[in-house]
Design a protein around this ligand. Structure first.
Ligand code: UTP
Length: 504
């Protein structure tokens, strides 16, 4: 069988993708051709040459220094500036300039939950799914600022239909249907260590999502940026589907971003301890970069300043504000096929987790702005030479992913602001242990307890601030300190705090 696509794969040394083509049904043939059509062969060739080579250089830490950030007032930050930021953010929200933007295309393998992660129940009393928590926060913020927000949701091929169906089944959790926009991210094929594209079955390529960094090009390709432009939206509040604590509509953060005329802004939390596994905000050659924990030598992670505080203190929690036109600029070059650079950052090196990223050398011209791909060695279910399924027990191939924080070196005036971890960050990543449903539930309870206590109703807690009772506050009652305080003030009579209390 000849077909131009098959010929181009043969020409690129990827004939194995069609090894079983003649044995397939017409439907299967169509599926395989469709999948093959998604692949940019030149890109795969480039990535295989740059990321699979044995001579990848060590990470270049030259000139690396901790990034400056805006301290919260209680840590010496300028209180006035925070007040101004909040006012600026509120004004933008009232003007309808801000949209919520959630990435939910991940595979969620660590949690091991069947279904889109956003459908996972997380709240302590009502067991609301993650999607509902965000939907209610966004709805409440829309009511508060008199301007309903648009919500852009990135899904993957694997979970797109199930995500849309879940929202439809639940009446979009009270949001206006026309303001919730789903779009899929692209996929990348896995390759073996020789750079050959792998098959998952005779009729399917081993494809997986292109990483949360793929969200920038997906926003552009889906027409979302144009839609935003038509709606007068220029500011995107980026968050991830696994973190129900996130203040996904935070006027202070939005205000800092706008006052600084920033392309991309970020929240940091002070690292809890030197070995904590978070990315670090750093500067290198005048650019803001995030250096993953696996790439920063432990000796540096442990360095302290004269006051005994960690030097590399600023941990990244994957919360950003993005300027719409900055996203367009990043997306356009990523789609051009010449993408090859990583801003000012670092390395070509091999990191922990089998991580390697593309070199930044070609970025020096300042024109070639594009997110680099990272390499991750994985166990990839595939087939053997006779077409039988193989479940590998060790890494047998490589996935390529982009990370959204790699856009930071390209951003003008990037600003990093401090946030309190307990107000913004408690993700559900693992089935057990750290960042699990249990830790996330406890952190939600602590937050509800703190809000009640701050408003004059003492809640008995243990030494970690964990209330003795299980209770829950709906985001429609309060989704941050301010909105909670307002609703609480209006409540008369005040409820008795009891097991299972639900405020809505
Ligand atoms: P993670 O890095 O936690 O990855 O994603 P994951 O795929 O969800 O989970 P594991 O590693 O398999 O356990 C952080 C955020 O980025 C999104 C996820 O949905 C989550 O919100 N993400 C990740 C995407 O949207 N697309 C991707 O390709 C990867």
């Amino acid at each position: 069988m000849t077909h131009p696509l098959i010929d181009s794969f043969k020409g690129a040394g990827q004939a194995q993708v069609f090894a079983y083509f003649d044995q397939l049904s017409p439907d299967e043939q169509r599926q395989l051709l469709e999948q093959a059509g998604e692949i940019d062969l030149a890109e795969i060739d480039r990535l295989s040459r740059t990321l699979l080579g044995k001579n990848a250089a060590e990470i270049n830490l030259e000139g690396l220094a901790p990034a400056p950030y805006e301290k919260r007032p209680e840590h010496g930050g300028e209180a006035d500036a925070w007040v101004k930021a909040k006012a600026a953010g509120e004004e933008a929200l009232r003007a309808g300039r801000v949209a919520a933007f959630m990435v939910a295309g991940g595979q969620g393998t660590r949690l091991g939950y069947d279904g889109p992660k956003g459908t996972f129940p997380v709240t302590p009393v009502k067991r609301k799914p993650l999607f509902q928590v965000f939907a209610e926060k966004i709805r409440a913020a829309g009511l508060r600022y008199g301007q309903p927000l648009h919500w852009f949701i990135m899904t993957s091929h694997a979970n797109h239909a199930a995500t849309e169906a879940f929202f439809a089944e639940h009446g979009f959790f009270g949001l206006e249907r026309g303001r919730v926009h789903f779009f899929r991210q692209r996929r990348m094929p896995a390759v073996n260590f020789e750079g050959r594209i792998m098959l998952e079955s005779k009729s399917a390529i081993a494809l997986s999502p292109d990483g949360h960094g793929g969200s920038l090009r997906a926003l552009e390709r889906s027409g979302s940026l144009d839609l935003m432009q038509r709606e007068g939206i220029d500011t995107l509040s980026y968050f991830q589907v696994d973190n129900p604590l996130v203040r996904c509509v935070d006027p202070e953060f939005i205000g800092w971003h706008l006052m600084r005329r920033s392309d991309m802004s970020s929240k940091m939390v002070p690292k809890a301890y030197a070995e904590e596994k978070v990315g670090h905000f750093c500067v290198q050659s005048g650019k803001l970069v995030v250096v993953e924990y696996s790439d920063l030598p432990m000796a540096m992670q442990r360095e302290t300043d004269a006051q005994g505080q960690l030097r590399y203190l600023a941990g990244s929690i994957a919360i950003h504000i993005l300027d719409r036109e900055f996203v367009r600029r990043m997306a356009r070059s990523a789609g051009s096929g010449k993408a090859h650079s990583a801003g000012s950052l670092l390395r070509q090196g091999s990191g922990g987790q089998g991580g390697r990223a593309e070199t930044n050398e070609s970025a020096k011209s300042g024109e070639d702005v594009a997110l680099p791909f990272h390499r991750a060695d994985k166990k990839i279910p595939t087939i053997d030479a006779s077409g039988r399924p193989v479940k590998p027990d060790r890494a047998n191939g490589v996935k390529f992913e982009m990370f959204v924080f790699d856009a930071l070196p390209f951003a003008r005036n990037p600003v990093v602001i401090e946030t309190r971890r307990e107000d913004d960050f408690s993700p559900v990543k693992n089935a057990e242990g750290v960042d699990s449903p249990k830790t996330c539930r406890d952190d939600q309870l602590r937050q509800f307890g703190r809000w009640l206590t701050a408003n004059g109703t003492g809640v008995a807690t243990d030494a970690t601030g964990l209330p003795a009772l299980t209770l829950e506050v709906s985001p429609l009652f309060g989704y941050d300190e301010d909105s909670f305080a307002e609703s609480w003030k209006k409540l008369s009579p005040k409820p008795v705090i009891h097991e299972g209390l639900y405020l809505e």
